[in-house]
Design a binder for this molecule. Structure first.
Ligand code: GNR
Ligand code: NI
Length: 173
């Protein structure tokens, strides 16, 4: 297992449409292991494969509190099959946009079809933090970031901050 470097904005990889996973073989399971290790190390409650540079429709999540009861989840090729009319506002952050938090409104409950780590088809209904996290991760698979739901002013302010940071990195390299 290995902790892999995170892809950070404005890296254009974050705008890619990820490709469906066709089978769960040994290399794919190793990728899942690395995603969990990277996610727990960050720490984060979810991670999409593109955040470590792999454009595949693969998500790891664990929304449990603290490490007394880990609840690792793997979503392969997840799809929202139903979303509630009711919305919920939650403060979001993203490992690809470090140390920036803003409130986003999303459907309060969603039904999600996906395949598990053995590639068996499954469906779950999620609400609360889990529903928010699943929607945030599925957005990543489609090249969408939570800042896309903010005003243009806020989004451009954040993007300028990270563009400046990225330029600075080139300076010292
Ligand atoms: O760790 C994370 N926390 C979080 C908090 C509120 C809404 C979504 C998230 S997901 C984020 C990790 C991440 O960037 N996943 O893509
Ligand atoms: Ni994210």
């Amino acid at each position: 297992m290995a902790i892999r470097p995170l892809v950070i904005v404005p890296d254009p990889q974050l705008r890619l449409i990820s490709k469906p996973v066709e089978r769960m073989d040994a290399p794919m399971r190793r990728l899942v292991d690395d995603m969990f290790e990277t996610m727990y190390d960050a720490p984060g409650i979810g991670l999409a494969a593109i955040q470590i540079g792999q454009p595949l429709r693969l998500v790891t999540m664990d929304v449990s509190r603290r490490d007394d009861s880990k609840e690792p989840m793997v979503l392969v090729n997840p799809e929202i099959v139903w979303a509630s009319e009711e919305m919920r506002e939650m403060e979001e952050g993203c490992l690809s946009i470090p140390e920036y938090y803003e409130t986003v409104a999303r459907p309060d409950r969603v039904r999600v079809a996906f395949r598990d780590v053995d590639f068996n088809p499954r469906e779950i209904e999620a609400e609360g933090v889990l529903a928010t996290c699943i929607q945030h991760e599925i957005d990543h698979l489609n090249g969408v970031l939570f800042i896309d739901y903010l005003s243009k002013l806020k989004r451009e302010r954040v993007m300028r901050r990270f563009q400046k940071l990225a330029r600075h990195k080139d300076d010292v390299a």
